[in-house]
Design a protein around this ligand. Structure first.
Ligand SMILES: [Zn+2]
Ligand SMILES: [Zn+2]
Length: 344
């Protein structure tokens, strides 16, 4: 089969080539991949910034069709349209596993990082990880389930968004844009999306289209003063930090009300040392980090897609065959892509 293989940790060490089709064990299903999302971390592998096993096939946001199943598999059958959780190799005995959080198990071997991923025609995976998709959900929409599950874990399970919350989202990348929609679905009173100059042309208008009540540019507007004005001087109930940028983190701390919550999803490119800790302490803020996705959040978001309440299509701006990976990465570099999808 054809696959995109990362062969070195330096920049641009991806090669589209022939590799052997994966075997599958008794508990596994062989999946023919139909669509796979380009995650920010995948792009940073291309630019030489993320450490993975080498060589490896990247890609972890996939959707496909079951082609074959091992002898022990009864939960899915050939022909099923599926997406897959990524909790492979987890121990099942640690506190993370036993509390329903296998995504945080230190033994986890995430496809695309520690075992072969989905930038390929096929992947084999433990059938217990698979979730069937309804017929009305497309393969491309299915490729958005993983980032949607990340946001669902963060907002619903970790930060416990409440109806009537006044929400401010920093960072209009795919995660931030998903957060805007999910906050609205869960009854947020108002959702404000904050971006910068580079987001003016595409991402901020898109945020508006998918449900943000107000969009703001932190480089041209005094967002702290404006949010205080809109909230009658009280401040926001919940900030979703999806930018990873230090000025945004500090603005987020400032615009929160006393006893407000910050839900942190953005990964800074390096350690941040100048965070306004005193502001957070004096307001008794809850700062809640969320990483990866808990198992049940996948059921929540596949249901959202099946019911048609979540607009995934508007977030997908570019799709290419896997062989055109350089075109995709070039467009991401130029800032033209919101969510890119490979169609192997
Ligand atoms: Zn991802
Ligand atoms: Zn474990």
């Amino acid at each position: 089969m054809k696959a995109l293989v990362r062969k070195g940790l330096e920049a641009e060490q991806f090669f589209y080539e022939e590799v052997s089709k994966p075997n599958y064990m008794n508990n596994e299903a062989l999946i023919k991949i139909q669509a796979v999302g380009v995650c920010g971390t995948d792009y940073h592998m291309w630019t030489g910034g993320v450490i993975t096993d080498i060589p490896i096939i990247p890609g972890h946001e996939f959707c496909g069709i079951v082609e074959k199943v091992g002898s022990d598999v009864t939960s899915v059958k050939p022909g099923d349209k599926i997406v897959s959780r990524l909790n492979i190799g987890v121990c099942g005995t640690c506190r993370s596993c036993l509390s329903g959080n296998p995504h945080m198990c230190i033994s986890r071997e995430c496809p695309g990082f520690k075992r072969e991923g989905a930038y390929a025609e096929y992947i084999s995976i433990d059938a217990k990880q698979l979730i069937k998709l309804e017929d009305n959900v497309s393969f491309e929409e299915g490729a958005l389930v993983e980032p949607m599950a990340i946001v669902a874990t963060a907002l619903l399970e970790r930060a416990k968004i409440e109806p009537e919350d006044f929400v401010v989202v920093f960072g209009p990348g795919p995660i931030g844009l998903i957060a805007v929609q999910m906050a609205k679905i869960y009854g947020a009173n108002k959702v404000i999306m904050i971006g910068t100059n580079v987001d003016e042309k595409m991402r901020l208008p898109l945020a508006k289209k998918i449900g943000a009540d107000i969009v703001m540019n932190a480089q041209t507007q005094d967002i702290e003063a404006e949010i205080m004005k809109i909230t009658g001087g009280k401040g926001a109930d919940l900030v979703v930090e999806a930018s990873g940028s230090e000025p945004a983190i500090n603005s987020g701390l400032k615009v929160l009300r006393r006893l407000g919550r910050m839900c942190v999803l953005g990964l800074p490119s390096e350690q941040q040392n100048n965070i306004s800790w005193l502001t957070a302490a004096e307001k008794s803020l809850s700062i809640i980090f969320s990483y990866s996705s808990a198992p049940w959040s996948w059921n929540t978001v596949t249901s959202m897609l099946a019911r048609g309440v979540f607009d995934a299509k508007s977030l997908i701006t570019h799709s290419y065959p896997l062989s055109e990976y350089k075109v995709m990465f070039d467009k991401i570099k130029k800032g033209e892509v919101v969510k890119g999808i490979f169609l192997p």
